[in-house]
Design a protein around this ligand. Structure first.
Ligand code: GDP
Length: 173
């Protein structure tokens, strides 16, 4: 609806408002609530608790669905570029490349490594997998910014886990 509104403002008033479409965002200051947070912060919080209680990590679904995750700090840099340089009304997808899509199991493995979790992983297949893939093309972004360097996924997961551990008391959870 924001896109429809932006087109209307352009056609009627010549305003150049635009919209951005990010994929699955994660990073420091996220909502780490297990029930209503997104998958990465939810799993980070679950691993944190599983380590404390010596219990297993329960991953919802089969672990097979694939997602493109974008680190909030990378997205913030792209937001600033959009504000300053991007002149189109047409929305722009802000996403890592299609080759950088990871499975939920790979995402869980990255968290397990970052948190040095030695316990068991259980895939709870009574929980829904949801859509298998939601692959988005970042070809347009790459045409504008061919040299933009995304933070490597494992490094971004490590930084997010480190932030959560250091800010557990005040984190949104
Ligand atoms: P979300 O908005 O981050 O929950 O993203 P999606 O609904 O697009 O995909 C989340 C995927 O991760 C689904 O396949 C879930 O079954 C899976 N998943 C595994 N463990 C968890 C978890 O602890 N929390 C969430 N939110 N999803 C999980």
């Amino acid at each position: 609806m924001i896109d429809v509104q932006n087109r209307g403002y352009f056609e009627q008033h010549g305003c150049r408002f635009t919209a951005v479409i990010p994929t699955n965002i994660f990073g420091p200051h996220d909502n780490f609530n297990i029930e209503d947070g997104h998958v990465l912060p939810g799993l980070i919080h679950k691993v944190y608790l599983a380590k404390q209680t010596g219990s297993a990590l329960t991953v919802w679904g089969t672990g097979k669905p694939r997602r493109q995750f974008i680190y909030s700090l990378d997205l913030a840099r792209l937001f600033l570029w959009v504000l300053r340089e991007y002149e189109e009304v047409e929305p722009i997808i802000l996403s890592v490349s299609e080759e950088d899509e990871v499975s939920i199991k790979e995402a869980a493995d990255a968290i397990v490594e970052a948190m040095d979790f030695r316990g068991e992983l259980i895939f709870d297949t009574t929980k829904a997998d949801g859509q298998f893939k939601k692959t988005a093309s970042n070809a347009k972004l790459r045409r504008y910014l061919p040299g933009f360097q995304f933070t490597p996924f494992r490094q971004a997961v490590q930084e997010t886990c480190a932030w959560f551990r250091a800010n557990y008391a005040s984190a949104r959870k």
